[in-house]
Each structure stands twice: as structure tokens, then as C-alpha cells.
Design a protein around this ligand. Sequence first.
Ligand SMILES: Cc1cc2nc3c(=O)[nH]c(=O)nc-3n(C[C@H](O)[C@H](O)[C@H](O)COP(=O)(O)O)c2cc1C
Length: 220
Amino acid sequence: MKLLHVDASPKQASSSSRTLSRFFVDQLRAYSPSLSVDYLDLAAEAPPAMTEIFARATYTSPEERTPQMRAELAVSDALCARLLSADALLFAMPMHNWTMPAAFKAFVDMIVRGGLTYVATDDGRYVGTLGGRKTLFLTTRGVDLRPGTPFAAMDALTPALRAAFGFIGVTDPVFVDAQPMQFAHEVERAAAMRRAKAELSLHAKAWSETEPRAALSRAG
Ligand SMILES: Cc1cc2nc3c(=O)[nH]c(=O)nc-3n(C[C@H](O)[C@H](O)[C@H](O)COP(=O)(O)O)c2cc1C
């Protein structure tokens, strides 16, 4: 199994999402020693902010792109290639201001690409090309947003991830949300960490028991 592992926290050693994503990869490797990991740290390799040339180039057909447009799309092309060559995806990030951290949004802007991660069909549909990949979103939150809590309605992160990745073919992702990780008593924080690790262990076992379906790099 080839896993693309993306971390998006601006924090390093003290990051809870990085601790948990490492835990998941270690569990996965214990079950599948042949696991190969392509690691992307968005704090170290921040995707560039979108420019006007990029915004025009992405909707210009490849044969009509100028050399400047092609150069502007190069980072995005490379990130799409990394996604398409993986057969499992792990995205770890903190919640920032109720949604995804800015570095991860910049990453999303680079990987939603017509002709690469989605295609338009002759009958007017859009079809994502990332179908068949096991996908896990690991998010850490300062407060508890589980159903029934006062912050439950504030989760703009889960729907944003579902929409953007659903569009490019990630139709059945798994979510592990560690919460509350910051604005709570240490007993609650420790319990949140234990819950997240227990869920991650179960998912690692489940992933190791089923082979990923062949990566689909074309419209189905
Ligand atoms: C700038 C900033 C904004 C944050 N916004 C939220 C938020 O809207 N909701 C929330 O529950 N936690 C919020 N947090 C807390 C983090 O999500 C939480 O501490 C998380 O565990 C951090 O993960 P990390 O250690 O991997 O960066 C915020 C933290 C920072 C630094």
C-alpha cells in the first residue's frame, strides 16, 4: 500500500494532529510492513497562494496555455501527481477558526484540477478521479464539537472537507476528530486523546485487512 501522508499543523513537536497522524502510520506499518509512505509537510512546503495567472490557467485547455501559465501550474501538477499515485490518503490538521487551516486550504486549491483530479464528461457531469482510495481525515479541535455540545453547530471543517474531496472522487472518507484537545480540563484532554487513538487503531487494522481497490485515474 502506498500512503500519501499530509500534515498541516503550523506546530511541530507540540502538535497533537502530528502526534496522532504518526501514531496512525506506526499502527498501519505494524500491520503492513511493506507500507510505503510519501510524506508532505505543508508547514515546511507551503503551497503557493493562488495568483491571477493560475486562476486563468486552470480553466484554459492544456494546448492553449502559455509557458507562463504552465510554469504557474507546475506545483499543482506535481501535487496532483502525488495524490494520483497514492492508493491511500491521510490528511491531518487542526481546526482553525472552525474550518481548515490556511495551509490546507491552499493545498486544496492546488489539487482540485480539471483534467487531473476531476473530469467533465460529454453529458455534462463532473467525475472525480480519486475514487477507490482509502482516505482518513484526522482533525484536532480545541473544544468539543460532538453532537449535543454547545459548539456542535460550529463545525465548518467536516462539510468543507467532504465537499472538496467528494468533488474529486473521495466519496467514502473516514473521519477521526480528537476533541477537546485544548480548551478543557487535562482529564478531558487525555480522554480525547485516548478515544482518538482507539479509533485510529481500529481504522489501521481495517485498512490492513482489505487491499485498496485499484487506483482509478480516469472517469468511471
Ligand atoms: C489560530 C488558531 C485557531 C483555532 N481555532 C479553533 C477553533 O475554531 N475551534 C477549535 O475547537 N479549536 C481551535 N483552535 C485550537 C486547535 O484546533 C487545537 O489546539 C488543536 O489541537 C491544535 O492541533 P495541533 O496541535 O496539531 O496544531 C485554534 C488554534 C489556533 C492556533
